[in-house]
Design a protein. Structure first.
Length: 370
């Protein structure tokens, strides 16, 4: 099932975070704001609106901070959503750093948990330390093991950011995850952070961004085949549409709602604040109206996001893999090129090489990219 078919409402619970990841894509945005969390009222109304307009009953908890830092709010939202429809399913992307009480509740109430986890302890501790620079790996290892051994039906997978430091250690990473009981892994190549202007206009960011995409692809292909032998699933964000055909890449092209802490509706994980979104404002298609206690939507923005298909992008027209790509990540493309219809040529090359080497699959991914 192509990635854009993963219909769900995402709730950006809070800007509070208990880690200090070296590559965080929204740290500069969060530093400019006081800590804030999503209003429970806004969450309830957003869920109601989504359920009225969409047959999906899947709700997801995400950043820009760590969702479990607003644990009571998370619990209240899950309870409310299930009171509206008992068939609700839940998904959480977390840094995995929480206490035993939270761990137990999560194991009993969340269906899918993706832990942001960058591999063996030396890599994890270097890339994702606590604010005091203490290692985070021991805490995450303990929680992952507890969740998996809880006896509940929760699926615990790893979502890995690949940098130049761990791109050559993907097989080693899979062995490590396997030893912890993890069987589903998605990797994402490092991309430039979101700022006030497109990356193509930010000379400093362009000069500081370094990632060897060719080396990532070669190591991913080898690790993908290795994972099959281990009985694991190993995917890449570059392959998230390889299990179906599509003309759109992701849910941002639908769009489906992502409720921000500052009272807006975003179409994309990369747009975590609605106010002063700069060149990413095209993703902000709703705003909370305090007077009517509801969200108001900009339907012209919705239509423009929906227009972003491979038929409307010249560089996709002659591409052999367009039906298993969909034009690549709309958020990354817009952030880096300043256009909804832009292109990341190195990524296009990478997707084509992976497709040639491992091909597509008729078997639907059991757990879609988070």
């Amino acid at each position: 099932m192509p990635h854009f078919n993963k219909q769900m409402i995402s709730l950006f619970l809070t800007t509070k975070c208990n880690l200090r990841c070296r590559y965080c894509y929204n740290s500069s945005e969060r530093r400019c704001k006081e800590e804030q969390s999503l209003s429970f009222t806004m969450a309830k109304v957003g869920i109601e609106n989504f359920f009225k307009s969409n047959s999906s009953r899947h709700i997801r908890f995400y950043g820009p901070g760590e969702p479990t830092q607003e644990f009571q709010l998370l619990k209240d939202i899950v309870e409310y959503a299930k009171s509206l429809d008992s068939s609700v399913t839940t998904e959480l992307q977390t840094n995995g750093c929480f206490n035993e009480i939270k761990c137990k509740w999560l194991s009993e109430n969340i269906d899918i948990i993706w832990v942001s986890f960058d591999g063996k302890p030396d890599i994890q501790n270097r890339q994702r330390p606590f604010p005091n620079n203490k290692p985070s790996a021991p805490t995450i290892e303990s929680n992952v093991k507890s969740l998996i051994k809880s006896g509940s039906n929760v699926m615990v997978g790893a979502r890995v950011t690949i940098t130049n430091e761990n791109l050559s250690r993907q097989k080693e990473m899979l062995d490590y995850f396997y030893s912890l009981g993890i069987r589903y892994v998605w990797s994402d190549p490092l991309f430039p952070s979101v700022g006030k202007i497109p990356v193509c206009e930010d000379i400093n960011k362009l000069n500081n961004y370094q990632f060897d995409m060719d080396a990532y692809v070669d190591n991913f292909i080898s690790a993908y085949r290795y994972a099959e032998k281990l009985g694991m699933f190993y995917g890449s964000f570059l392959t998230c549409n390889f299990d179906g055909t599509c003309n759109k890449h992701c849910r941002a092209c639908t769009p489906v709602p992502h409720l921000t802490t500052d009272g807006y509706v975003s179409a994309c994980d990369l747009v975590t604040f609605g106010q002063d979104a700069g060149h990413m404002d095209c993703f902000v298609y709703g705003k909370w109206n305090e007077n009517i206690q509801n969200y108001e939507y900009d339907y012209s923005k919705i239509k423009e996001l929906q227009r972003r298909t491979t038929e409307n992008m010249p560089h996709c027209s002659q591409c052999d893999v367009k039906e298993h790509c969909g034009g690549y990540c709309l958020g990354e493309v817009t952030n880096e090129t300043g256009s909804l219809y832009g292109q990341k040529p190195l990524t296009c090359k990478a997707i084509k090489k992976i497709a040639k080497e491992i091909g597509f699959t008729n078997e639907k991914y059991k757990y879609l990219h988070p």
